[in-house]
Design a protein around this ligand. Structure first.
Ligand SMILES: Cc1cc2nc3c(=O)[nH]c(=O)nc-3n(C[C@H](O)[C@H](O)[C@H](O)COP(=O)(O)OP(=O)(O)OC[C@H]3O[C@@H](n4cnc5c(N)ncnc54)[C@H](O)[C@@H]3O)c2cc1C
Ligand SMILES: *[C@@H]1O[C@H](CO)[C@@H](O)[C@H](O)[C@H]1NC(C)=O
Ligand SMILES: *[C@@H]1O[C@H](CO)[C@@H](O)[C@H](O)[C@H]1NC(C)=O
Ligand SMILES: *[C@@H]1O[C@H](CO)[C@@H](O)[C@H](O)[C@H]1NC(C)=O
Length: 662
């Protein structure tokens, strides 16, 4: 038993945060073949990080251990099958693929009916103690808690990244991407959902989805208690980060001066700036697994198998009815049958991949790979993402004002363990969210923003300097030489920044299979910034951030723009529009909100993969329930929307099969 644990742990947590510029990017899946090489790598100690180092010290002293591998197995969550069952059954009412943000919410609601059996299949591991630590969020992108996806090379974007490719990590864990994300809680504007409904997606208007946002939420947001759109009795904790810098106040005041009132940015009435709301409780991450699965371990009708990869949905080609799932567990192939439905919740990359592997997708594409076509649908043909620009950074003439990783000491960690209320609970130094409509916006609705500003009490240099982890820039895969040339002179110093995030890009990408191997990664095309409007919107946003920096609240702190130099941009004068466009194309960073690869749309919509009840068009007993169904861009980070989709889908399924509501 003990030996087994060590084996599992050591194959899990190899860190692959690369500093080597020449490293070639491995495109093949890591699951089966290369576990040997991963096991031989050093684990956590490989990363130099004050937060990690201090945590290890604390854990070691708590448990009197000095073998770090033991520590990690000791503190890992587990989801044993009930009643000592060794293997799952051969048949369930529902088989759900993917225990992510949506899949966890869905599984927990369906199994409220104790006569309904559910098998939840997840490729990743359960969480562990350190995944609860907000300050460690960027690290997990480089571990086996993440799928190491890369966007296909695209000339003219991501030019400053290793191999000129953008990194697209996704969570691979019980809890999915909510285990590695930045915990920012946003719902999308009223108009976003009303437009989705107006396209023929009945049941998805703002009023319809608001019900689920209220239902999910256990908010503890001082000052917002009486707001009608907030929920207090749900499962998902939402709070303000327990620590703030004075830069945060400066940002809100600056916004106010420029006409952006300080608001609850999740309220539908007005656009404005507001304190970031996060899915933490007492400074600890609350993933979808923690919230929706952890407390239901005693449900005998919910079986969770992790470290298990679904490889195919079984569909009868004659009746076009889904009846089961093939999966690989401990290197063996199994089949499980679904009496009622197969539900795909594998996220925006893996859900379309699995549909195509199972014969549902664009006919020509499937034919070219020799996959028998069961249903010709535009799977993967559209892919929206949210990109941002992290390269506009301001210096200050005061010290000790921003979040600096180097401030973390042993006592910080001990304090966090006891109270959860210091820098370690900061979600990547994000302090505020602001919605703005730039002067180039062509959206007729005054309440639909084109940019979200992510206000930071720091910047991408805050985890730099001697001994610090540099985890954020590594998570973005920025080349070390590019970073050093641009920001080396201010690395690890007090700064602030606002990332502009493009909410409604005109450019969109797509994805397709690379081959028939379910362990290959699909080919993902971001197609970023190919519409000039997207560039113009970014430049307008950058000008607005500069205006924010010029207001008295920031000028009092000696705010000055940092003149970042990029080799790629040496022909442009600093601060010209051309310079900013070039800088944007050099540091093109995604916020990982890929959507629309299994778009929802009514009958007759040529771009739709699922109908408004999330059933795959023309296929029986098969739904897709995750962020891939979101058909249009929304003004939101996508974790809360994915959870909302899981909760709403649970009701749809319950109505279909007449299941009990709690
Ligand atoms: C680094 C990062 C930071 C982010 N920060 C934020 C944030 O601050 N706020 C926010 O709102 N959003 C954020 N997001 C986005 C948000 O977390 C995701 O959009 C959301 O979690 C998606 O939920 P989902 O249910 O669609 O998919 P996921 O949560 O990705 O779940 C899919 C699950 O399916 C599993 N799976 C895939 N293939 C298979 C297979 N073949 N067999 C079995 N299981 C499989 C995966 O391992 C995964 O667990 C962030 C994303 C990333 C990557
Ligand atoms: C429980 O489920 C089974 C199989 O789906 C069904 O035959 C049975 O009638 C159900 N029982 C109740 C009490 O709903
Ligand atoms: C900054 O804070 C640290 C720790 O709180 C303290 O040791 C240091 O003296 C401070 N530096 C300045 C310049 O105030
Ligand atoms: C920082 O700069 C501002 C504006 O120039 C000035 O008023 C302030 O005194 C400076 N503070 C320090 C500590 O130098």
């Amino acid at each position: 038993m003990h030996f087994l644990h060590i084996f599992i742990i050591s194959s899990v947590l190899s860190i692959s945060l690369s500093t080597d510029e020449e490293i070639s990017v491995e495109d093949s899946d890591i699951d089966i073949d290369s576990s040997e090489s991963r096991r031989s790598k050093l684990l956590w100690p490989n990363i130099k990080s004050p937060i990690m180092d201090e945590f290890l010290q604390v854990i070691e002293s708590m448990h009197g251990l000095n073998n770090r591998e033991d520590i990690f197995s000791f503190l890992r969550d587990s989801y044993p099958l009930p009643e000592g069952l060794k293997d799952p059954y051969n048949e369930y009412d529902f088989v759900i693929i993917g225990a992510g943000s949506a899949g966890c919410a869905l599984a927990s609601r369906l199994t409220e009916d104790r006569n309904t059996t559910v098998l939840l299949i997840e490729a990743g591991k359960p969480e562990m103690f350190l995944t609860d630590v907000p300050g460690l969020a960027p690290y997990f992108q480089g571990t086996d808690y993440s799928w190491q996806y890369y966007m296909e090379p695209q000339p003219d974007v991501c030019k400053g990244m290793i191999n000129q490719r953008c990194f697209w990590p996704r969570g691979r864990a019980v809890g999915g991407t909510s285990v590695i994300n930045y915990m920012i809680y946003t719902r999308g504007r009223k108009q976003d959902w009303d437009r989705i409904a107006a396209d023929g997606n009945y049941g998805w208007s703002y009023d319809d989805v608001l019900k689920y946002y209220i239902q999910m939420e256990k908010s503890d947001l001082k000052g917002y208690e009486k707001q009608p759109h907030r929920g207090r009795n749900g499962d998902l904790p939402v709070e303000f980060p327990p620590i703030r810098t004075k830069l945060s106040d400066a940002f809100l005041k600056a916004g106010d001066i420029l006409g952006h009132p300080t608001v609850d940015y999740n309220a539908p009435e007005r656009l404005g700036f507001g304190k970031v709301q996060v899915t933490l409780s007492n400074g600890h991450r609350h993933s979808a697994a923690k919230v929706f699965l952890h407390s239901h371990k005693n449900r005998r009708n919910l079986h969770i198998i992790h470290d298990t990869v679904a490889t195919k949905i079984l569909i009868d080609p004659q009746t076009r009815e889904a009846y089961g799932v093939e999966y690989v567990r401990n290197q063996l192939l199994y089949t499980v049958l679904a009496r009622k439905e197969v539900i795909l919740s594998a996220g925006p990359i893996a859900s379309p991949q699995l549909l195509m592997l199972s014969g549902i997708g664009p006919e020509n594409h499937l034919n070219s790979l020799g996959i028998p076509v069961i249903r010709n649908l535009p799977v993967g043909r559209k892919l929206f993402d949210h990109i941002c620009f992290p390269g506009i950074i301001f210096t200050l003439n005061v010290t000790n004002t921003s979040f600096l990783e180097n401030q973390v000491s042993l006592s910080t960690v001990i304090q966090w363990l006891n109270y959860g209320d210091n820098i370690i609970s900061s979600p990547g130094a994000v302090e505020n969210i602001g919605y703005i409509k730039t002067h180039v916006s062509d959206d007729p609705d005054p309440l639909v923003p084109d940019i979200e500003l992510i206000g930071l009490g720091g910047s991408i240099v805050s985890d730099g300097g001697p001994g610090a982890s540099k985890a954020v820039r590594r998570g973005m895969r920025i080349r070390e030489s590019v970073f050093n040339e641009a920001f080396g002179s201010i690395d690890g110093t007090d700064t602030w920044s606002a990332f502009p995030m493009l909410l409604h890009p005109k450019s969109f990408g797509h994805l397709e299979l690379k081959d028939k191997n379910p362990f290959s990664h699909p080919r993902m095309y971001g197609n970023y910034l190919t519409d000039p409007k997207d560039v113009a919107t970014f430049i307008a946003a950058i000008r607005h951030i500069q205006a924010i920096a010029m207001t008295p609240p920031f000028q009092r702190l000696g705010t000055q723009i940092h003149q970042a130099k990029f080799k790629t941009c040496k022909n442009h004068n600093f601060d010209s529009d051309e310079y900013w466009e070039c800088a944007l194309r050099t540091l093109t960073a995604t916020l990982h909100h890929q959507i629309a690869t299994c778009r929802m749309g009514p009958d007759g919509d040529p771009e739709a993969v699922v109908d408004p009840e999330l059933r795959v068009h023309g296929v029986k007993k098969l739904r897709v329930v995750d962020s891939s169904v979101i058909p249009r861009t929304i003004s939101a980070h996508t974790n809360a929307p994915a959870i909302m989709i899981g909760l709403k889908a649970a009701d749809l399924v319950k109505y279909t099969w007449n299941l009990k509501f709690k």
